[in-house]
Design a protein around this ligand. Structure first.
Ligand SMILES: [Cu+2]
Length: 187
């Protein structure tokens, strides 16, 4: 049900670490959210942010700073990796077991296909239809065009599926993370 990882020898991080890396945005969000919660707690009637002691304000600002720092430290400079994007070749796929989902990786600035990326994480689930727990097995299989990446999966139910991909792009630092929505339809 979790992320499946490829080529562990090449990227010898544990699946858990990878999972965390891929979930980093929500972790960061939680950090910020907890600061928000703290501020909300301060906003009880007659006890406004302005009303709290300068010591508490300092602590609050420190917490905010720590959260921002956490944001920065889990987000390497992604100016380059953000130039890339996975795109679905076909947004509608036959609802069946053993079907293929194909994506292309493009450089958004040039439109050029990008070959030889290494898919380090992949997951497919029915999050778009409110069934994030409903994940299916997914395997990378060879694609016949450079810059294309192909997966075999079981689309066990009609409806919206989310394909989440994590990839390393040759010559770029950071990890590309994309979530693509496709539709499983009866043909
Ligand atoms: Cu479902």
């Amino acid at each position: 049900m979790g992320w499946e990882t490829d080529d562990p020898a090449r990227y010898p991080t544990t699946p858990k670490l990878k999972h965390q890396a891929l979930e980093a945005p929500s972790t960061r969000f939680l950090a910020l959210e907890s600061v928000h919660r703290g501020m909300r707690v301060m906003r009880v009637p007659g006890f406004t942010f302005q009303g709290i002691s300068s010591m508490s304000k300092a602590l609050l600002l420190a917490a905010w700073g720590a959260a921002s720092l956490a944001f920065a430290s889990t987000t390497p400079v992604l100016a380059d990796i953000r130039d890339y994007e996975f795109q679905l070749v076909t947004p509608e796929v036959n609802q069946a077991n053993g079907v293929f989902v194909e994506v292309r990786l493009v450089n958004k600035k040039t439109g050029a296909p990008v070959p030889d990326a290494v898919i380090i994480a992949k997951r497919i689930d029915m999050a778009p239809d409110g069934m994030e727990m409903m994940a299916s097995k997914i395997d990378a299989v060879p694609a016949d065009r450079p810059g294309h990446y192909r997966f075999r999966t079981d689309l066990t139910m009609e409806g919206g599926w989310r394909l989440s991909l994590g990839a390393k792009v040759q010559g770029e630092t950071g990890t590309l993370e994309n979530r693509l929505i496709l539709k499983a339809v009866r043909k």
